[in-house]
Design a protein around this ligand. Structure first.
Ligand SMILES: *Cc1c(COP(=O)(O)O)cnc(C)c1O
Length: 386
């Protein structure tokens, strides 16, 4: 089976991890700060905080901006459930904004319309989480302007997007947001097995997230309520969690980051080849906004069902039967049973639901060979034959 995504591990990656295993620190040593500096420098952010997953990063990001009971978090329905769940972890309520049919990202026009209604009803969101689906950045300038007008915080879920750019600047520099979150799950662009990172330019948000990822405990005298009792002393000043990244993960991350540019170049070469070789088929290849340089975590096609004799499901199954590990990103979150129980139903976000009925994620990963890509294309041609 050719998977839809797969990690790229070299001998240098393995050596970096083994070196940590033979060192004094398996956790809370020098590698985590080194990985943080590496990501901060690459994306151009003042601070980067490594944690054990993007889900954890989203959680502490929401806590750091003060999301809590009585507040609302809005995100897109076309995302992984974690982009919405982080609001619920904080006791807030979650709502969704429909997608732009061209980019599949949270639609700024739909957001504007929803904000106007919410302002009249006195239920404006405290946090909006735009998700850079497939690695293509959202219209961050428009979202930022709305954030200033309506006073909400912006947490970018850039789990798909490390190495990508918006208006010629790296995603993660937080020019148009408060915090950006990356994921290092093995299917993503850069991996640490499990892992995540939050970047920000705000000193206070960085300091709060640093506390929250490690029990709310500090050894910094400047943050303590009184002078230290002695050299052993630490204080718990918040209710935090244990969301720390290990040294093994950070070493893998540092090693992977040295190849990030080539990862993205390879993904772009594969995407361009798909674009050309699929052009004759009854499907839409991903449209790229001119402001964006996608990280290309995913390559999503949409079937033109009116021009195909088969259903979406039949095409999907025909691909799987031919050994192509296609996937579907994502089942609209509001249709998940857990969210339906909150009162959401089919029909609430028509563009997202329309997308779901046509989308298929084709294999896309940096170690994919051209032969494997040709296999995918041939299998798709066969699957679409009447
Ligand atoms: C993968 C993913 C996450 C969660 O990442 P983890 O590191 O697995 O917690 C969150 N949001 C999106 C959009 C993702 O793709």
């Amino acid at each position: 089976m050719i998977p839809y995504g797969r990690q790229d591990i070299t001998q240098a990656d393995i050596d970096a991890v083994v070196q940590v295993l033979q060192s004094d620190f398996l956790t809370q040593g020098p590698m985590v700060p080194r990985f943080e500096q590496c990501v901060a420098d690459h994306v151009g952010a003042r601070h980067a905080l490594a944690v054990n997953s993007a889900t954890s990063a989203l959680h502490i990001a929401c806590l750091a901006v003060g999301l809590g009971q009585g507040d609302w978090l809005w995100t897109t329905p076309v995302t992984f459930v974690a982009s919405a769940n982080c609001g619920l972890y904080c006791g807030a309520q979650v709502d969704f904004v429909d997608i732009d049919p061209a980019t599949y990202n949270l639609c700024p026009k739909a957001l504007t319309a929803k904000l106007e209604v919410a302002e009249r009803e006195g239920r404006l969101p405290k946090v909006v989480v735009p998700v850079h689906l497939c690695g293509q950045p959202c219209d961050m300038q428009a979202i930022h302007q709305l954030a200033q007008r309506y006073g909400f915080k912006v947490i970018e879920d850039a789990s798909h997007a490390i190495g990508g750019k918006y208006r010629d600047e790296f995603i993660g520099n937080c020019r148009y947001s408060d915090i950006t979150v990356f994921s290092f799950h093995p299917v993503k662009i850069v991996t640490t097995a499990e892992g995540g990172m939050a970047t920000t330019n705000d000193d206070q948000l960085a300091s709060r997230m640093a506390l929250l990822r490690s029990h709310g405990i500090t050894r910094d005298p400047a943050l303590m309520t009184h002078e230290a009792d002695g050299p052993w002393y630490y204080q718990q000043i918040e209710l935090g969690l244990n969301y720390r990244m290990t040294e093994l993960q950070a070493a893998l991350g540092v090693s992977q980051m040295t190849r990030l540019d080539s990862f993205i170049e390879r993904r772009h070469a594969l995407a361009q080849r798909y674009d050309e070789k699929l052009a004759h088929l009854p499907l839409s290849t991903p449209w790229q906004h001119p402001d964006s340089y996608s990280g290309l975590h995913l390559y999503v096609i949409r079937l033109k069902l009116g021009a195909i004799g088969q259903s979406h499901r039949q095409v999907f199954e025909a691909l799987r039967e031919q050994g192509i590990g296609v996937n579907l990103h994502y089942i609209p979150v509001h249709t998940q049973p857990y969210y339906s129980r909150m009162g959401f139903s089919a029909g609430d976000f028509p563009q997202a639901e329309h997308y779901y009925r046509e989308a298929i994620s084709l294999p896309m990963f940096q170690t994919m060979s051209l032969e494997q890509q040709d296999q995918v294309i041939a299998a798709l041609e066969r699957a679409l034959q009447p």
